[in-house]
Write a protein that binds this ligand. Structure first.
Ligand SMILES: [Ca+2]
Ligand SMILES: [Ca+2]
Length: 491
């Protein structure tokens, strides 16, 4: 249970929507509009009753999942927030907000507000499948265990600036490291990789990525106070790069050791029904082993990303007691999952050619006695991804070991081959204001996630026991349905 009591700090119930389109569709995120009303003093919130994994309390798990921005609406005279249907004058995708800040005066004004959520106002949206994956609303669950087997490596850390990874030979089999079990020579036979400044080189010709956008929109009045808007946006980014960039000291031709392994399928276990075919990838020649052959250089990728977005919106201006809007957009992606290519396998399924979509629906109605009721629905395509397999050093079938790379994570299918259930979030709000001497008294009730959806925001795609498990804040799923009661007095 938590109770916020804010003196002069207002809970702003801005219904946040899905960020549309964008240069990085991986970041097309839906704030789910649930539990969006936060005070400036978020640290006072307790998280009991909220789903979480691994026994770790999430002190801020219930607030919005992406935004770190909190508005104090008491400072705003007027505000307009559009989650969709922006015309070409809005240069960036996503939410557009226009606000007029209050001007000062000699008269003293303020607002007192209190709101409450309790476990009795909260539902549980866990089902048997999620419970079997270790999610629970009331108690900590088993921690995901990382099993270190004999191929475990020893890490050497120097002043926390860089990390070298070596192959560890547990010569006496006691599962403990003793000096002499690893050749710590950075150019020696046990060297696997290095992270940090030691392996990075400057590229004086590096350019900043260039983002360009073309947009066009069309508006038409369908009826008095009802408008239709459609827009098309083309976005393109060039000269993209990923930190730390490709290793220029180890060319593509160095990857000349062919390794063929059997795909263990989604369960990560060989010899079961879901096994796939064989996959071939490459390890680099031992001649390129050692830190002398690590020179990561930021380089502009010649491969551009492109996005086409179309959007349709119908808006009803506030007349005859009601207002509302409905919008729908789709985006066609042409996005490189990585801009860094070293080994031939880095090109495997590296292009995201998916379609994304989302929709918003909002309506509010003013009943007699100044009772305001509102509903807001957001839908969004489910989490997308592609299955990967982590191939370890030793081939269970006795084939060539991955001697230099040590391990290889391989994308096994096109991006978007895995699509989670759509995210549908329905919220309701009712409020009533009463004029009293010296000010205005208001009462409100919100119901967030009325459908009690448990759709995941993100999933794990690594083949193995946790394949397609939800991951992230709140166990990776939408927070359960919850009601909030609010009272406020403004003067
Ligand atoms: Ca040992
Ligand atoms: Ca299998």
């Amino acid at each position: 249970m938590f109770i916020d009591i804010d003196l002069g700090l207002i809970l702003l119930c801005a219904v946040c929507g899905c960020s549309v389109g964008g240069f990085a569709p991986g970041n097309i995120t839906c704030n789910a509009a649930v539990h969006q009303c936060r005070s400036l003093t978020k640290a006072r919130c307790d998280s009991s009753g909220v789903a979480y994994r691994g026994g770790r309390p999430w002190p801020f798990s219930r607030p919005d999942q992406n935004s770190g921005v909190y508005f104090n609406s008491d400072t705003l005279e007027e505000i307009q927030i559009k989650t969709a249907g922006n015309d070409a004058s809005v240069g960036v995708p996503g939410i557009s907000m226009v606000a007029v800040i209050k001007s000062g005066g000699n008269a003293f004004h303020g607002l007192y507000s209190a709101s409450a959520e309790t476990p009795t106002l909260q539902s549980n949206n866990l089902d048997d499948r999620l419970r079997s994956q270790g999610l629970t609303a009331v108690q900590p669950v088993k921690t995901l265990r990382l099993c270190l087997r004999r191929t475990a490596r020893h890490q050497l850390q120097q002043e926390a600036l860089q990390t070298a990874t070596f192959t560890w030979h547990d010569l006496n089999g006691d599962k403990l490291y003793q000096p002499g079990e690893v050749n710590l020579n950075l150019n020696g036979f046990d060297f696997v990789s290095v992270n940090g400044a030691i392996g990075n080189v400057m590229n004086p010709n590096l350019k900043q990525p260039l983002y360009s956008e073309s947009a066009t929109s069309y508006e038409h009045e369908l009826a008095p106070s009802v408008g239709f808007n459609t827009s098309y946006v083309y976005r393109r980014s060039t000269d993209n790069y990923n930190i730390p960039g490709p290793n220029v000291a180890r060319p593509l031709s160095a990857y000349n050791i062919r390794i063929t392994r059997r795909d263990p399928g989604a369960d990560g276990i060989l010899g079961t029904a879901d096994d796939g075919g064989s996959v071939t990838f490459f390890d680099y020649s031992p001649a390129y082993r050692g830190v002398a052959f690590v020179q990561n250089e930021l380089q502009n990728s010649p491969l551009p990303n492109q996005f086409h977005t179309v959007e349709f919106t119908v808006t009803k201006r506030p007349t005859r007691r009601w207002q509302g809007s409905a919008s729908f957009w789709m985006v066609k992606n042409h996005r490189w999952i990585t801009s860094t290519f070293n080994a031939p396998q880095d090109y495997f399924f590296a292009l995201d050619e998916t379609w994304g979509w989302a929709g918003n629906f909002e309506v509010s109605y003013r009943l007699p006695f100044d009772l305001l009721v509102a509903a807001n629905m957001q839908s969004k395509k489910g989490a997308m991804g592609q299955r990967t397999v982590l191939f370890r050093t030793v081939d269970p079938d006795g084939g060539t070991p991955i001697s230099q790379l040590s391990t290889a994570t391989i994308r096994m299918e096109p991006y978007g081959a895995e699509v989670g259930p759509p995210l549908n979030v329905l919220n309701f709000r009712g409020s009533k204001d009463i004029r009293v001497r010296g000010g205005k008294l208001g009462f409100g009730v919100d119901v967030f996630n009325a459908l009690n959806s448990n759709a995941p925001n993100a999933l794990l795609y690594a083949s193995g026991p946790t394949y397609l498990y939800p991951t992230g804040v709140n166990g990776g799923i939408l927070p359960a349905r919850i009601a909030r009661l609010t009272a406020r007095f403004s003067f």
